[in-house]
Design a protein around this ligand. Structure first.
Ligand SMILES: [Zn+2]
Length: 288
C-alpha cells in the first residue's frame, strides 16, 4: 500500500529533480539488490548457486565470507565459487529495471554517478561511462594477488575456462584452470577493494571529473540521489553526501533506503526519505 506521505514525497522528489541544475547519484548495493542481485536473498541463492547449498551456504554472502581469500590450499574450491559468482552477477546478469528507470529519470540532466557497486550494471545501460566513478573495482577483472604491477586482466575467457572444468559434486575446478599472473606466476584474484593490495588505478580515472562536478555544482541547485547505500563503506557515499547537504546551500538529499534510513541531525529539512522498495519507487518516479 502506498501511503499519502510516500506519494507526496515522490512528487516532491520529481519536482526537485526537474528543477535541479545538477544531479549527483550515489549508488550502493541496495540498488542492485532491488533489481534482484541480492546477496542476502535465499531464493536468489537457491536459484543460481544450487550446487553450493550442500556446503551449508544459504545466501551469496555466506559463500563469499567462506571464500574470502585465495591461497595455494583453497584455490580449486575458492575459484569454483568465485567463477560461478562472477558469472552470475556480472556476465549472466541482465541489465536490471532499477538502473533502467534511474536512467530514464535523469538522462536529460547534468548528472554524475559515484558507486560502490562492482557488478557493472551502470555500464550495461546508456549511462555515460565518463560520468561514472566506481572506485571499488570490477567483477570483470583480475589482478595479481600480490601486485607485481598495476595491470588488471579481463577475466571473461578465464571464467569460461573455470566453469568448463567445474565439478558440481566436489565443488572444485581443474587445477590447470586456476588463473595465474602472466607476469610473476603468482595467483590472480578478483580486482576488488578487499584489502590494501587492491589495484585501484584503473578505477580512479574519473575521480577528478567527480570533484570538478561537485565543485561546479556548489552555487547551483543540486540534488543528491542516494540509492541503497548502507554502512559497509559509508566514507565513499553516505558521509560525503550528508556533508555536502549540510554545507552546500541549495542542496536536497534524497535517501532511498528501506533498512538503514536514519536521517542525520541538522539536515532533516534538506533530506527526503524514501523508505519504500527502491525498484517500485523508481518505477513510480518515471511515471509521474
Ligand atoms: Zn604478478
Amino acid at each position: 500500500m502506498f501511503t499519502r506521505l510516500y506519494l507526496k514525497n515522490l512528487k516532491k522528489v520529481k519536482e526537485i529533480i526537474d528543477e535541479a541544475d545538477y544531479v549527483l547519484i550515489g549508488a550502493g548495493s541496495g540498488l542492485s539488490a532491488a533489481g534482484g542481485l541480492d546477496y542476502s536473498n535465499k531464493d536468489v541463492f537457491k536459484e543460481n548457486y544450487s550446487p553450493f547449498i550442500k556446503k551449508g551456504y544459504k545466501t551469496i554472502w555466506d559463500g563469499l565470507v567462506d571464500n574470502w581469500t585465495v591461497t595455494q590450499e583453497n584455490k580449486k574450491s575458492y575459484w569454483a565459487y568465485w567463477a560461478n559468482h562472477i558469472n552470475n552477477i556480472y556476465y549472466k546478469a541482465n541489465y536490471t529495471k532499477p538502473y533502467e528507470d534511474l536512467y530514464e529519470l535523469i538522462k536529460d540532466k547534468n548528472y554524475f554517478i559515484v558507486t560502490t557497486n562492482c557488478d557493472g550494471q551502470f555500464y550495461k545501460g546508456n549511462f555515460d561511462e565518463k560520468k561514472i566513478f566506481a572506485p571499488q573495482g570490477s567483477y570483470g577483472y583480475f589482478q595479481c594477488e600480490k601486485p607485481c604491477s598495476e595491470d588488471v586482466y579481463n577475466n571473461e575467457a578465464m571464467i569460461d575456462k573455470m566453469l568448463s572444468s567445474f565439478d558440481e559434486d566436489k565443488l572444485i575446478i581443474g587445477e590447470e584452470d586456476v588463473p595465474i599472473c602472466p607476469r610473476c606466476g603468482r595467483l590472480l584474484r578478483p580486482n576488488l577493494r578487499v584489502d590494501d593490495t587492491f589495484v585501484d588505478k584503473p578505477h580512479l580515472a574519473n575521480i577528478d571529473d567527480y570533484y570538478e562536478f561537485v565543485e561546479s555544482a556548489k552555487n547551483h541547485k543540486i540534488v543528491l540521489l542516494e540509492l541503497g547505500v548502507g554502512f559497509n563503506t559509508p566514507g565513499i557515499i553516505r558521509f560525503p553526501f550528508e556533508k555536502m547537504t549540510k554545507y552546500l546551500n541549495e542542496t536536497t538529499l534524497v535517501r532511498f533506503n528501506t533498512t538503514e534510513h536514519g536521517v542525520r541531525k541538522g539536515i532533516e529539512d534538506k533530506t527526503i526519505l524514501i523508505d519504500h522498495d527502491i525498484k517500485e519507487s523508481l518505477e513510480a518516479l518515471v511515471k509521474i
